[in-house]
Write a protein that binds this ligand. Structure first.
Ligand SMILES: [Zn+2]
Length: 164
């Protein structure tokens, strides 16, 4: 399950997950397996559906957030999150994803983002707070329930406008 990646401690950040061999764009870097479903979100848990959260097994909670990540999310047949390379990734590179790719709202990461990316948006926000252009960049790499919530919100806004 964890072929090709390992946890490392870096000087600048705390733990992170690094590649031990290269991955090509589109490769599955990690297969997500759900350990425990939860009723409420938690700092090491993730949203897995519109009203569901879970802890994933293995290294998933050790992946750091980046506002310009090299991995994205794909929901697998078990309902867990696979991590998929958005671009070619060299060996010995930190693997990151954007926490907004699977969480509609982020409540557990107050304060500033320290990802260091040029495109850093300053704080770790959820999907609902991403600019539309960023959502478009991520569209093939986000959990589908986020797109479903967006679609629903849009429809209800249209209905509201129609009634006023
Ligand atoms: Zn950032």
């Amino acid at each position: 399950m964890t072929n090709g990646i390992e946890m490392q401690t870096t000087a600048t950040k705390c733990d992170g997950v690094f590649t031990t061999h290269p991955f090509a764009a589109g490769d599955t870097v990690l297969v997500g397996r759900i350990e425990k479903r939860l009723l409420k979100n938690h700092s090491h848990a993730s949203q897995i559906g519109e009203h569901e959260c879970a802890f994933h097994a293995g290294l998933i909670s050790k992946f750091n957030h980046s506002c310009d990540p090299n991995c994205g999310i794909r929901l697998n047949v078990y309902g867990g999150h696979d991590f998929v390379a958005m671009q070619d990734i060299d060996a010995n590179t930190e693997v990151t994803f954007d926490y907004a790719m699977r969480n509609y709202q982020i409540e557990h990461f107050p304060g500033n983002c320290t990802c260091g990316a040029k495109k850093c948006r300053g704080s770790i926000t959820g999907w609902q707070d991403l600019p539309q252009a960023r959502k478009d960049d991520y569209v093939d790499f986000v959990a589908p329930y986020l797109l479903a919530i967006d679609a629903k919100t849009k429809t209800s806004k249209q209905l509201e406008t129609a009634h006023t």
